[in-house]
Design a protein around this ligand. Structure first.
Ligand code: MG
Length: 384
């Protein structure tokens, strides 16, 4: 985001910045962009390194204050995970234009967020590459013309691993994404395809589409960023190199033409593009998250929260890759689902799911530690 602003310095003024824990980097960025207000996620990492000339807030409350700051015309929410929802709710509640990369906000509370946006006049502009492409394609369609969308998925880092080796894939193998360079949580979510299932739900809310009108196709090259399906049976697509600066810049400039130019995409140099179905049985988490979306209410919040707990446990070596699905399934079973009437209900469902998922992780880790084969660290050294 900052590199896009840097190359379009006349177009934007940054009024505040935040970081989870990289205090020194945050301080350097604040200095570079002349920002005086910052928020940091974790106190221990925070204030000391940031210097006296900054107003520093800590934690969710500070983020929410920045997200609803009257001086900001546009808020970029690129938080990772369920922590993104309070920021989305605050900026939408304040009627901001929100450039949204945080999927969980819409997975957990898409209905509440979009109806709040209609009341406050807030606009949601997607930064997720697939949704940005759909958003761009939709601008060239007329009412009644669109019958659905097709999201492309790379298939993730484990797409070529024999399916019986997937459950014991090592952390390093899971973290090496074939086409996109992203954070750890989202890279694991790409390997499970939870990321894609969340994107289906995201598309449902952003574009007001029925869940069943949204398909997923595996497209290994990540060049076609998604398709819009039209009533005459044809498709629109947006193509380009996998570079997150493109959707970020589009969201920042919207509704105007984007300012900077990145590497030009040249089809003749691209070679073959491939498309295929999501392989049945390879991605159990994908099916679980979609089933939770079909159930609706608080179920998607439970699934997203359980995934977050499970991914953290996988990355810290407590459970195997294959256990992520067990944590999500177990948490969904134990929690059931109710209507998501308001944000308080959603936050309560999240709190409860977090506790349940943590218990399931503890159970799995305890069995792995005492059981025969299958302990996390044994399997952690197999694979590529
Ligand atoms: Mg995406």
């Amino acid at each position: 985001m900052l590199s896009v602003v840097e190359s379009n310095a006349d177009a934007f003024e940054i009024v505040s910045l935040s970081a989870l824990k990289s205090a020194e980097l945050l301080a350097a960025q604040a200095k570079q962009f002349g920002v005086t207000r910052v928020a940091i996620g974790e106190e221990a990492a925070g204030a000391r390194a940031l210097g006296a000339d900054l107003q520093v807030g800590v934690g969710e409350e500070a983020l929410v204050a920045l997200a609803s700051d009257p001086e900001a015309d546009l808020v970029v929410n690129a938080l990772v995970g369920t922590a993104g929802l309070p920021v989305t709710a605050a900026s939408v509640g304040a009627g901001k234009r929100l450039a949204i990369a945080n999927k969980e906000s819409l997975v957990m509370a898409g209905g509440l967020v979009t109806s709040l946006a209609r009341r406050t006049g807030s606009e949601l502009i997607p930064i997720d590459s697939e949704h940005s492409s759909i958003f761009r394609c939709l601008r060239g369609t007329s009412s009644g013309e669109v019958t659905g969308v097709v999201l492309t998925a790379s298939g993730g880092p484990l797409r070529d691993l024999p399916v019986d080796e997937v459950a014991s894939a090592a952390v390093a193998a899971v973290l090496s994404h074939p086409t996109w360079d992203m954070g750890e949580k989202i890279t694991v979510d790409s390997a499970t395809l939870v990321n894609k299932a969340m994107e289906v739900v995201e598309a449902m809310w952003l574009f007001d589409l029925p869940l069943d009108s949204i398909d997923v196709v595996v497209h290994r090259q990540s060049v076609v960023h998604s398709f819009v399906r039209l009533c005459d049976g044809s498709l629109l697509a947006h193509l380009g190199s996998p570079d997150m600066r493109v959707p970020i810049q589009y969201a920042l400039f919207y509704p105007d033409a984007p300012g900077g130019r990145f590497d030009e995409f040249r089809p003749a140099e691209m070679g073959t593009l491939s498309f295929g179905p999501v392989e049945a049985g390879r991605y159990p988490c994908f099916d679980l998250v979609l089933a939770s979306a079909r159930k609706g209410g608080t179920a998607p919040t439970t699934a997203a929260t359980a995934d977050e707990v499970a991914v953290d446990a996988f990355l810290t070596g407590r459970i195997r890759f294959g256990d992520i699905a067990a944590v999500i399934a177990g948490t969904l079973d134990a929690e059931g689902s109710g209507p998501a009437e308001d944000l308080a209900t959603v936050f309560e469902a999240e709190r409860s799911a977090r506790a349940t998922a943590a218990e399931i992780v503890n159970d799995i880790a305890a069995h792995a530690a005492h059981g025969p084969a299958g302990a996390a660290f044994t399997n952690g050294h197999s694979g590529v």
